[in-house]
Design a protein around this ligand. Structure first.
Ligand code: FES
Length: 167
């Protein structure tokens, strides 16, 4: 093989490699466009097992980068059919932890049984309903589905639709 034939062979191989890599990238890009649902769905859900929670306990989880407050109501607490998330025999308050005034994260104050927003002094009761200051509406309830003792945040279940219809 002469030097020029060798060079041609090398150039041919180099072009082939570039084409193959490009082809692989475009296949990945196409797959992303065609098949976005499973990964988006999986990424958009937060599943929380509520069974270890005790009455009066509050937990914070994250759903789509937002804080979610989950409060297990005492069995003796008054029912609120417009706000309670019923799981088995227990009732929970599940709210997005962003103040409905300008979006600060309120803090749970057990001594007041209230969510208090440090930004402008807004307050919400234990059910997430505004009781003081500038917040114009209750804390929002995230879409959810009840699955046994688990709460699947991000999936719209019949319990959520019922609640939103009543809220
Ligand atoms: S952001 Fe909470 S009171 Fe203004």
């Amino acid at each position: 093989m002469s030097v020029s034939e060798e060079r041609r062979g090398f150039i041919g191989l180099a072009f082939g490699a570039v084409a193959a890599v490009g082809g692989a990238f475009s296949l990945v890009a196409m797959k992303k466009t065609w098949d976005p649902l499973p990964s988006v769905k999986a990424a958009g859900f937060t599943t929380v097992d509520l069974s270890p929670m005790k009455e009066g306990e509050i937990r914070q989880v994250e759903w789509r980068k937002k804080p979610i407050f989950i409060l297990k109501k005492e069995a003796s607490a008054a029912k609120n059919e417009a706000r309670d998330v019923v799981v088995g025999n227990d009732r929970y308050i599940v709210v997005i932890g962003l103040c409905t005034h300008l979006g600060c994260i309120p803090e749970w104050k057990a001594s007041k049984a209230a969510f208090v927003c440090a930004c402008h002094g807004g307050e919400f009761n234990a059910e997430g309903v505004q009781t003081y200051g500038p917040p114009p509406r209750p804390l929002d309830i995230p879409p959810f589905k009840v699955d046994g003792t688990k709460l699947v945040l991000g999936e719209v279940g019949p319990e959520y639709e019922k609640l939103i219809g009543k809220a």
